[in-house]
Design a protein around this ligand. Structure first.
Ligand SMILES: [Zn+2]
Ligand SMILES: [Zn+2]
Length: 351
């Protein structure tokens, strides 16, 4: 048997004993050596994102291969691997159109801890193992690569989908883990000026470490006015939304210049039926502005690239870990992370 974190009810999670999974055809089982809690897990716990009660949650595993199913070749037991939250099949229409996250259709690439058992456990079963087991370079520790499994892939993809050009001015609304990763992504894409917006002191400080040049505290100044002042009234080339609120989405539209791009990463609450676009700042539909949305790209080739960035010190993701907990203390970890207490940015969970 193994320990596993179960979604029991609304606002109720906790460990239960479950059988260690067995790899079926095309699958693998990994023994989890490190994982984390995502903001999305908090939405799931609160009942804001629908996941079946009784399921193991979590979608960010680092570990070693424990079991290999029939038809899976090219891997050995005991190899260190990381697996992205998004586990594409690599064979369907959407995967073959490079929409890995939409494998099988609408948001379908996110399976682990959503539609199948997840990674906050001693072991996790990985579907389509040959498309998804990403070997970890020997030089890198588990902590070095932990955030390639979700937040860094997501944040970077926000910068990639916006097609940031060398020299662009980029503003990122929200400096939680995803927004911080988007700042790192904007820097990697060659932005000339990166502006972060938040109010939590530890997040504002981390924003500079991840690559922001200017960090605006939205509680002490109007971020929109400051962006306009900094850009001489022109606006930013790209605004990245990393919160999931109507207000910050609107600010993104208002912060962008003519021809600018609004890149949306936030998860908007399900009770928000429509997201409104401010008409005048959208040029009544004529300002050549683009709005793009992205779900975390996954699969082992994406993971190889992300780990290469870490290995060659283009980005430091380990510094986002502010707290460490054993799997036995996962309820305490959820409480701290959900309440954003004690300057927490990300927690590491050690099975
Ligand atoms: Zn996540
Ligand atoms: Zn697919």
């Amino acid at each position: 048997m193994m320990r596993a974190n179960i979604l029991k009810d609304v606002n109720k999670i906790g460990l239960e004993d479950r059988p260690i999974p067995v790899a079926g055809p095309g699958e693998a089982v990994i023994r989890v050596t490190l994982t984390t809690i995502c903001g999305t897990d908090v939405h799931i716990m609160r009942g804001e994102f629908p996941v079946e009660h009784g399921q193991i949650i979590g979608h960010e595993p680092v570990g070693v291969i424990h079991d290999i199913g029939e038809g899976v070749s090219g891997y050995e037991l005991g190899e260190r691997v990381a697996v992205n939250a998004i586990t594409p099949c690599g064979m369907c229409e959407y995967c073959l159109s490079a929409h890995w996250a939409q494998c099988g259709g609408f948001l379908g690439g996110w399976k682990m801890g959503n539609t199948i058992d997840g990674a906050q456990a001693d072991y996790v079963k990985i579907p389509n193992a040959m498309a998804n087991l990403a070997r970890i370079p020997d030089e890198l520790s588990d902590e070095d690569v932990l955030f390639t499994t979700d937040i860094f892939s997501t944040g970077l993809s926000g910068a990639e989908s916006a097609e940031i050009k060398v020299g662009d001015i980029v503003v990122v609304y929200g400096q939680g883990p995803i927004g911080l990763s988007a700042v790192a992504g904007a820097k990697l894409k060659g932005a000339s000026l990166i502006i972060g917006v938040d109010t939590v002191p530890q997040r504002m400080e981390m924003s500079k470490k991840m690559g922001a040049d200017i960090v605006i505290d939205y509680k002490s100044e109007d971020p929109l006015k400051t962006v306009m002042d900094i850009t001489g009234g022109r606006g930013a080339d790209v605004a990245i939304e990393a919160i999931g609120l109507q207000e910050s989405f609107e600010n993104c539209v208002k912060s962008t210049c003519v021809g600018g791009t609004i890149s949306s990463l936030g998860v908007y609450p399900t009770e928000l039926h429509d997201i409104g676009v401010p008409n005048q700042d959208f040029g009544f539909g004529l300002a050549d502005k683009k709005i793009v949305s992205t779900l975390c790209p996954g699969g082992k080739e994406r993971m190889r690239r992300l780990m290469s960035l870490v290995k060659n010190e283009r980005v430091n993701l380990r510094q986002l870990i502010t707290h460490r907990f054993s799997l036995d203390d996962i309820e305490e970890a959820y409480k701290l992370f959900a309440a954003q207490e004690d300057g927490v940015i990300k927690v590491a969970i050690l099975p």
